[in-house]
Design a protein around this ligand. Structure first.
Ligand code: PLP
Length: 462
């Protein structure tokens, strides 16, 4: 299995190389050269299996020779053993023909754990073999950072540094990053906003001498291995609801387009998914693009679903690549347009191809809160604000297929928004009820790349 770049001019890589590289050298994103196909019989055989067994069957054809079968089985087993639910990704019925896929039973209470826990295992296995060390540096608005720390804490060949904007993450998110006491975990509160953190990160990756010296690695959501891990729960959910004998629709609260792109891959593998519905908050670039054909960045508006407050939806490039018949030159041109003018226009043919698979909707702040309280009243379920964005859009897109809305975070991760909407403050699950009693460990920094790099050199001894 080979991986190619969406911009057509980076080296072709194996799964392992694509995972360790992250972003392609031509600025593109890696995608599989061909998508493995599952027959209806193979899909039917997944129904009712434990999550780990479905994961093994779905992931195996994508990884080539990277891990043998026994090894892969073991890595998947370890990745999900810390989840707080035996089904890993349980379905819950919300209304007639409408189901929630609960993706928040992992160690940091958001769906990011599904991918991060697995790539933590994959990275460590790969580094064990090569004897190498890497330094993972990530920038986060909250959920990715805690998921990465939880996945890489205590691993012998990895140091993990997470930059988060000081004072701009929820208290639960901050404590999940600052309370792990492993020596290889470094939480760094930067004076600035998320863009400040991301710019620092980018500059470090562009400092090649530094990058090579500490062997920087990236685990943000454009990493193909993360997308792959997320394909699995589309199979587990759809087969539970009758696939392949019945098609299923999905609505996905969307920011960087990673989670919904995983659903698109499942569909291309042969899973009968009717529609994939993009649900955005007031930062609605994807909804506008699907509606008008013009992808235009605007300023980010802070919302009560902060993990979806983004301007440039990186993984969308992968869908655009397919919509343009996998023409890397055309994609590179669109991305140049975006850089130069803040916008690009999707061709009529490509827009039609996107609309055959994707539908979309956007939700205001008021509607998000109203959906949290209406869902509690109608179904006795407390949902997080991101999930509420999904539920509101799904209700507008119900057809004859069962609709599955992805519940991307636990309500206790965003207690203020939930309390604001319902008057109820959702408690943390018992297994992490002591989060507020654990001591915090954090380094505060100004927006100073030289100081940050000095700190990384000192802590890693590189
Ligand atoms: C990251 C995140 C999202 C958005 O997912 P993408 O893959 O970036 O589209 C939605 N909800 C929550 C809770 C998240 O953490």
């Amino acid at each position: 299995m080979h991986y190619i770049s969406t911009r057509g001019s980076a080296p072709v890589l194996t799964f392992e190389q694509a995972m360790l590289t992250g972003l392609a050298r031509d600025g593109g994103l890696y995608v599989p050269e061909t998508v493995p196909q599952f027959s209806p019989d193979e899909i039917a055989a997944l129904a009712g299996l434990p999550y780990e067994e479905i994961a093994f069957k779905v992931i195996r054809p994508f990884i080539g020779q990277t891990f043998d079968d026994t090894h892969l089985e073991k890595l998947i087993e370890r990745a999900y053993q810390g989840f707080g639910h035996a089904a890993r990704a349980p379905l819950k019925q919300l209304a007639p023909n409408h189901f929630l896929l609960e993706l928040f039973h992992g160690p940091t209470l958001a769906f990011k754990d599904f991918a991060m826990q697995l790539i933590g295992q994959f990275f460590q296995a790969s580094l064990d073999r090569s004897g190498e060390r890497v330094t993972i540096v990530g920038a986060t608005s909250g959920d990715t950072g805690s998921a990465a720390i939880e996945a890489f804490r205590g691993l012998p060949n990895v140091d993990v540094f997470i930059l988060f904007p000081h004072g701009r993450v929820s208290e639960v998110q901050r404590r999940q990053m600052t309370t792990p006491d492993d020596a290889n975990v470094h939480a760094i509160a930067v004076d600035g906003d998320f863009d400040t953190c991301q710019a620092l990160l980018k500059d470090m990756f562009n400092d090649f001498a530094f990058r090579d010296r500490v062997r920087l690695a990236g685990v943000n959501s454009i990493n193909w291995a993360r997308v792959l891990a997320q394909v699995v729960y589309y199979f587990s959910a759809a087969t539970s609801l009758g696939a392949p004998h019945r098609a299923v629709d999905f609505t996905v609260p969307t920011g960087n387009f990673g989670d919904i792109f995983a659903g698109y891959i499942a569909r291309r593998m042969g899973l009968p998914i009717g529609k994939l519905v993009i649900a955005t908050n007031q930062n609605d670039i994807l909804h506008r693009c699907l509606t008008t054909g013009i992808y235009r960045t605007e300023g980010v508006l802070p919302s009560i679903s902060p993990s979806m407050d983004i301007q440039v939806s990186s993984n969308f490039e992968r869908a655009v690549f397919d919509a343009y018949g996998r023409d890397g030159k055309a994609v590179a041109q669109l991305m140049d347009d975006l850089k130069a003018t803040g916008a690009f226009t999707v061709s009529q043919g490509a827009l039609q191809a996107l609309r055959e698979v994707f539908d979309s909707g956007c939700v205001s702040e008021k509607e998000t809160s109203a959906t949290i309280s209406a869902t509690l009243a109608a179904s006795a379920e407390l949902i997080c604000p991101h999930t509420a964005v999904g539920v509101a859009v799904a209700e507008d897109h119900m057809g004859t297929n069962p609709m599955v809305t992805l519940a991307t975070a636990h309500p206790a991760k965003f207690p203020d928004a939930v309390q604001g909407a319902t008057g109820l403050r959702p408690p943390l699950p018992p297994r992490m009820a002591d989060l507020f009693d654990r001591p915090e460990r954090v380094t505060r920094m100004t927006n100073d790349r030289a100081a940050l790099q000095a700190l990384i050199l000192e802590r890693t001894g590189a």
